[in-house]
Design a binder for this molecule. Structure first.
Ligand SMILES: [Zn+2]
Length: 174
């Protein structure tokens, strides 16, 4: 609120401002700016009206899930750039999560993921992987002699360099 001019609604309107500040509390006790257009207190907007609007929006969502999904689909179809940007931002904020799911997807294609494996255990291994390390299959998934499984106990954190040199070698002492 710093730098806000003390003025009346009429004065703010005359100055072409969107907000004005009288220094007097609203009926809910906020000493806050008000909107010139609606005369409503900004704090009230945040604390009272915004949560109400959110609640209404989420109630609508639950009553109209299919329509909501259609709307987002339509939006995504007509805004491919924004959609890609959002997807990219999400996956870079959830990189390990994506990596874990991608690894399971690939392992599934090799039929290396038993159906009873708990994906959240696998995600945890990816999410706890220290910097400079990769998640490595102790017994490789694809090998001439043996086929490892994509299961938590066949996963280990390996320094990235080791993982690259190890490649698909398997030195099993079995
Ligand atoms: Zn208020």
């Amino acid at each position: 609120m710093s730098g806000t001019l003390l003025c009346s609604r009429a004065e703010a309107k005359a100055l072409g401002l969107k907000r004005y500040f009288t220094g007097k509390p609203c009926k809910h006790g906020h000493i806050s700016e008000r909107r010139v257009s609606s005369n409503t207190c900004i704090e009230c907007g945040k604390t009272t009206y915004a949560p109400l609007a959110r609640e209404r929006a989420s109630l609508w969502y639950y009553d109209n899930t299919d329509r909501a999904r259609d709307n987002s689909q339509r939006w995504a179809d007509s805004n491919p750039e924004s959609r890609r940007a959002i997807a990219n931002r999400w996956s870079s904020n959830n990189r390990e999560y994506c990596r874990a799911n991608l690894a399971t997807y690939k392992a599934r294609k090799l039929s290396a993921t038993p159906p009873w494996v708990n994906q959240s255990d696998i995600i945890e291994i990816y999410e706890t992987c220290p910097d400079g390390h990769h998640v490595d299959h102790i017994i490789p998934l694809r090998h001439d002699l043996v086929c490892g499984l994509h299961v938590p106990w066949n996963l280990q954190h390996l320094p990235a360099y080791d993982n690259l040199t190890k490649s698909n070698r398997f030195e099993g002492g079995w």
